[in-house]
Design a protein around this ligand. Structure first.
Ligand code: HAM
Length: 425
């Protein structure tokens, strides 16, 4: 009987070698600025009580109304695969009482998120994010710091073709005044039932409506930025001042609407120009009421989520992936049984000192093993046979120009270190 092959579910993104090494590198570039700013890892479940998202992310959003992977578990509980990270962090902070300790709580996370969107380039049903959250501090300086951390992540990758857009959704009085006028404006538009219902849940949502007639109608809609209270205005100006002081360029986009309902105050998005329709490489903002509606104290927070898949696509589009860091430093070809055992010992020592070392196992003939070494892209190769072991010396071959020099086995580590540091300069 011949079995049929099984395919991955539609729209998921998976990373296999050699692409996975580039993915890992991109993810690390995005994480490292958060670590350097004192954010600590939070590792959370990928599934949660469905209420967490319907209440936290908001019923007006596409994410909750159309895109959640929701199912009943064996105990009859409604479970949802996390579509985003912030609500889960809030749940954990409240449940584990982190909000009763030192504030702000500063955490980073990375992992898979799930949204049943229509798949296309850069838009997947399982995708990867790196995110941070800073909870319990109301200070425009931390807004600027959070934006700067995301910005630095993209800079670490070497990206250039992206812009930062910011806006402010103000404080409660700003939003109340704006809402009143916006709802009046909607009454002049003759909205269909579904759109009117969406506007009721979150009046800002219609700024995100892509239908041409709605885009045209919304061109005249009152903008929240014109309704900022003096405090909210002052706050937003301070954020801009801090960004300027850090030489972070930005544009103000008063029509920006984030896809999730919890945002208040400073909000932002990073947009890359080489990615077509799925140009958002990251975004975030303040969410001052979220903790309270999830049953916690009324603490404010701010954070971001960066799309690792899209950051990788952007890095490929800009040609900034460092091609040489994904290959081994040394490839050892052992000839014979005792050479195999020595190769294992030598490789362990070299690896312990940070030199990536591969061994050609499988008793292949020298020619085939050399071919494999060449293919692997390793920077150096040694052949380890009886005579080398007896002499205690190997021929260290540099693969880019074929140069060979004799090196004592015990000096291999030092020799490789110095040659590699010259190469990497
Ligand atoms: P978000 O804007 O929904 O925010 O997602 C953040 C980033 O995840 C997007 O900018 C995009 O790069 C990536 N992304 C979203 N959906 C997909 C998809 N289907 N395929 C590929 N990439 C995708 C949030 O999730 C918020 N939790 C961010 C946040 C944290 N706000 C405050 N704290």
């Amino acid at each position: 009987m011949k079995y049929e092959k099984i395919q991955a579910p539609k729209g998921v993104r998976e990373y296999l070698p050699p692409e996975s090494t580039a993915f890992e590198w991109v993810r690390e570039q995005l994480i490292s600025p958060a670590r350097l700013a004192g954010y600590q890892l939070m590792e959370l479940p990928v599934f949660e009580d469905t209420n967490l998202f319907s209440r936290g992310v908001g019923e007006s959003t596409d994410v909750v109304s159309k895109e959640m992977y929701t199912f009943e578990d064996r105990g009859g509980r409604s479970i949802t695969l996390r579509p985003e990270g912030t609500a889960g962090v809030m749940r954990a902070v409240i449940e584990q009482n982190l909000d009763r300790g030192q504030l702000p709580v500063k955490v980073w996370y990375s992992g898979q998120y799930f949204r049943a969107e229509r798949p296309q380039a850069g838009r997947y049903r399982q995708f990867y994010q790196v995110g941070i959250e800073a909870i319990g501090l109301d200070d425009p300086a931390i807004d600027a710091e959070v934006i700067a951390i995301a910005y630095q992540g993209f800079k670490n990758i070497g990206l250039k073709n992206f812009t930062l857009q910011i806006t402010s959704l103000g404080d409660a009085p700003s939003r109340a005044g704006h809402r009143e006028d916006l709802m009046k404006f909607y009454q002049t538009l003759n909205l269909d039932e579904a759109t009117a219902a969406r506007a009721q849940l979150n009046p800002l949502r219609l700024f995100d409506d892509k239908r041409p007639e709605m885009v045209a109608a919304m061109a005249k809609a009152p903008l929240l930025l014109d309704y900022l209270s003096p405090e909210a205005k002052d706050n937003f100006e301070k954020v801009q001042g801090y960004l300027k002081a850090m030489n972070i360029e930005f544009t103000i986009n008063p029509r920006m609407v984030r896809g999730l309902d919890y945002y208040t105050g400073t909000t932002f998005e990073f947009v890359h120009s080489d990615l077509g329709a799925q140009s958002g490489i990251g975004g975030g903002g303040r969410y001052d009421g979220l903790m309270e509606i999830l049953g916690g104290q009324p603490l404010s927070g701010i954070g971001f989520g960066l799309g690792v898949d899209r950051a990788l696509l952007a890095a490929v589009a800009e040609g900034v992936l460092p091609s040489d860091s994904f290959t081994s430093d040394l490839f050892i070809i052992p000839l014979g049984e005792s050479a195999k055992s020595s190769a294992l010992t030598i490789a362990s020592q070299l690896r312990n000192s940070g030199i990536t070392t591969e061994i050609a196992f499988g008793d292949r003939a020298l020619k085939g093993a050399m071919k494999a070494a060449d293919k692997s892209g390793a920077r150096f190769v040694i052949v380890l046979g009886e005579s080398e072991l007896q002499a205690g010396t190997v021929e260290l071959k540099r693969m880019d120009d074929g140069a060979v020099n004799s090196v004592k086995i015990e000096q291999l580590q030092g020799e490789l270190r110095s040659q590699l540091s010259v190469q990497r300069k």
